[in-house]
Write a protein that binds this ligand. Structure first.
Ligand SMILES: Cc1cc2nc3c(=O)[nH]c(=O)nc-3n(C[C@H](O)[C@H](O)[C@H](O)COP(=O)(O)O)c2cc1C
Length: 169
């Protein structure tokens, strides 16, 4: 899919067939994540691929907006390494860029995906650290829930002239 088409037509998909994505598809998504820009090119990300059914259930038990996870069959938890990027703002931005790349790549190969927020929301970071046994310097930023889609969603037109400012507010 052409890049602008992917950007303009991507929507969050929350209904999945239950069929798990292939290793080849997963590899495309991970490669897209790694290609994201990062401040000072520190590439502070790690990607935790969650496929184990029990683990998916555990995560959806504590994440009330990720109830679709077990049926998607795969979650990619994008984490930032504080030892690579000490500026928390940059760490979050870098990982968010990787998340968006993964979302677009998923859409590009015909899969459905949704970004499920982790940082910095309630106990989600702590719960995720515990369940994934993350070292202290690794901060979970967001999770991409991805799978074969069982819904189609219309394009949402968001262009808004009133939010564009030239040269000054
Ligand atoms: C930081 C962030 C956190 C989000 N967390 C969730 C979530 O936990 N669960 C969910 O279903 N969608 C989540 N979303 C998806 C948004 O609800 C969605 O992007 C928004 O409604 C716009 O719809 P679209 O993605 O179809 O364009 C999140 C999106 C962002 C950027």
């Amino acid at each position: 899919m052409e890049v602008l088409q992917a950007i303009m037509t991507r929507r969050s998909i929350r209904k999945f067939t239950g069929e798990v994505i292939t290793e080849e598809q997963l590899n495309i998504l991970l490669r897209a994540g790694f290609q994201a820009p990062s401040a000072h090119n520190t590439q502070p990300w790690h990607f935790i691929v969650a496929k184990d059914k029990e683990l998916l259930q555990k995560i959806s038990d504590f994440h009330k907006y990720a109830k679709m996870l077990p049926n998607a069959g795969c979650g990619i938890i994008v984490c930032g390494d504080e030892e690579k990027q000490g500026n928390r703002g940059f760490l979050v931005e870098d990982c968010s860029a990787a998340i968006q790349n993964i979302l677009l790549a998923a859409h590009g190969v015909g899969l459905g995906a949704v970004w499920c927020g982790l940082y910095d929301s309630g106990n989600l970071v702590e719960s995720m650290k515990e369940v994934l046994e993350l070292p202290n310097n690794i901060i979970p930023i967001g999770m991409v829930v991805v799978g074969n889609k069982d819904e189609e969603r219309n394009i949402s037109e968001r262009y808004d002239e009133s939010k564009i400012h030239y040269n000054k507010w």
